[in-house]
Design a protein. Sequence first.
Lengths: 112, 641
Amino acid sequence: MRVLLLVGMAWTLAAQTAPPAGNAQKGRQLFQSDGCYQCHGREAQGGLGTGPRLAPRPIPFAQLSKYVRQPTGQMPPYTGKIVSDQDLADIYAFLQAQPQPPPAKSIPLLNN
Amino acid sequence: MAKLRKHSVDRRNFLRSAAAGTAAIVAGTGGAQAQQVQTQAQATRPAGAPLLARETDPPSTVEVLTADRPGSDFMVDVIKSLGFEYICANPGSSFRALHESIVTYGGNSKPEFITCCHEESSIAMAHGYAKVEGKPLLVMAHGTVGLQHASMAIYNAYCDRAPVYVIVGNSIDAAARRPGVEWAHSVQDAAAMVRDYIKWDDLPVSLTHFAESAVRAYKIAMTPPMMPVLLVADGDLQESPVSEKTKLHIPKLGQLAPSQGDVSAVAEVAKLLVAAENPVILADRAARTAAGMKLLVELAETLQAPVIDQGGRMNFPSRHPLNQTEAGRGLIANADLILGLEVSDFWGTVNNFKDQQEKSWRPITKSGVKLVSITASDVYKSNYQEFQRYPEVDLAISGDSEATLPSLIEACKRQLTGDRKRVLEDRGKKLAAAHEAAKERTRTEAAYAWDASPISTARMAAEIWGQVKDKDWSLVSGGGWSHRLWNFDKYYQFIGGSGGAGVGYGAPASVGAALANKKYGRLSVSIQNDGDLMYAPGVLWTAAHHHIPLLAVMHNNRAYHQEVMHIQRMGNRHQRGVTNAGVGTTLLDPNIDFATIARGMGVHGEGPISDPKDLGPALKRAIEVVQKGEPALVDVVTQPR
């Protein structure tokens, strides 16, 4: 019984923190049209002095969503009027879908 | 019957001059060394005599058509005595006599006339040149429209503490002006329009006055804080003949020594530095010369203290273990002592300012941190606000950083005990490990979007580095990823930025710096922003015409990207979205074909290149051209930043 309760709690927590379903392809388009790429790069790789890398392995959706709505740094706020929750979910799907880069050690130009 | 302009025989001393022929004998010294040169000639107008005095001269019935020895020849003697290598100018009738004297009487050598297509280019070329060569070249401009064109670039040089030497032509005597354009191009007080952002100016009314002011201007420009200076060369003074009556004299320049910080204050800083557990050295325009860079290394190694290079000059080797620029903010937050050397924005370095609807700021330093500044630039004018917000510095030492470093290093060494040295060595080892870890992180970050198109700025920097690393290179404009990936260890390998952030600096400053690098056989490289080049692309023609070798690699993000972000910020703040942020801020439709523009100016052009695989071969081809002594441009379509 106790085990079942723990499993149930874990499932509930996971459901709360799991990102909503999103469309990565649409997310890529929104990442461009909403201007995210201007600071974070077209592949969300980060921009020098403008915005950090967002992908691959983005921060948890809840954290990202909170920051986008109420940024604590230099980023301008994207309220729900500008980017809907569904748009944000699509963008998140795009970030999750970004591939890992090749290891830096495998790139001769980065080792001289 | 058309009336010809006639000159007073007395005033012009025509017959005597004609009989005497060219009397002046002045040899250029070829260097700005201490020297004393005399001429046998003198301007007919007595030294110091007001220009208006000639209003009372009786009208002449003799038409004067020639002058064997114009005042402008003596001006050239003065200019040569100061050792200028080049004159950058767009031609203008207000200095027509001086122009002719330079290219004929002066032999168009030391200085050589460099044809510019815009006065903003002339000044920015001088700006870039000065930072490589350590001395000014000469710029000539029209006193009105030319100086108006030049003004933004002068402001950049002022903010960047760069010595730029400007002579503007003007026609003071209204009665002597040609009707029409010359009136529109004449002004009562030419320097007024730039006086807020130059260090000194003068309007000489005699040749003796010109000589003294020319040497004085050079001295003032070259004494830190170095800044632009301006002389007005009156058209009549240029064109009037000189006589042999009285000897003209060119004053000697003498050696110049910058001011040093107060000895007791320096000793106090040394105590603080040696005692500090977490000191940080900030260097912005700290190193004025290669010697300054070596001194900064010596100071950092003596203290085993981290250096954050803010990039106003080439201050510190990028791969030195004590270069902790990557860890800048964290180190500042943890510092108990911060020493700023020629830091242009100390407040902005130790505070976090948020550009949201309600502006806010907070210190990022911990409580009790001591702030010390050494700078020659704590002397400001009030109108233009480039002096930044007031920093609450505990000890502000007025003096040139580079000149103060030797005494500071010695004072630190005197404070060091054996025990303290061991503690500092341990700190140095930790910093070296942190430097290596930061380098590794940087390489990993650079790999993201490695194969993306448009090309990532990290990939572009890595591709250029791959082509230039084994050559004697000099990055004359741009930075970004190159500073994170390249091995900068020589002073001339970087010259800092524009100073005033006036867009349009990059292209001409690069050409000017490349002009200085030319005689040393260095490979000058610029990372050239698209918006910047569009201000005055004619400088490409100047580079081609004068065979100035420069590799310009376009960082072509097809926008005034900084402004895109500002409009996006406003769209978000106003909750109207960013859809229109590209209106008025992007350079699309049509896309600009920079390679074609370059070819049209006589410059080798490659691109546009969007596929990163094509970049290396294009750079290689372009470098082959540059190494033959010509400019080349590679247009790279890039990510925004």
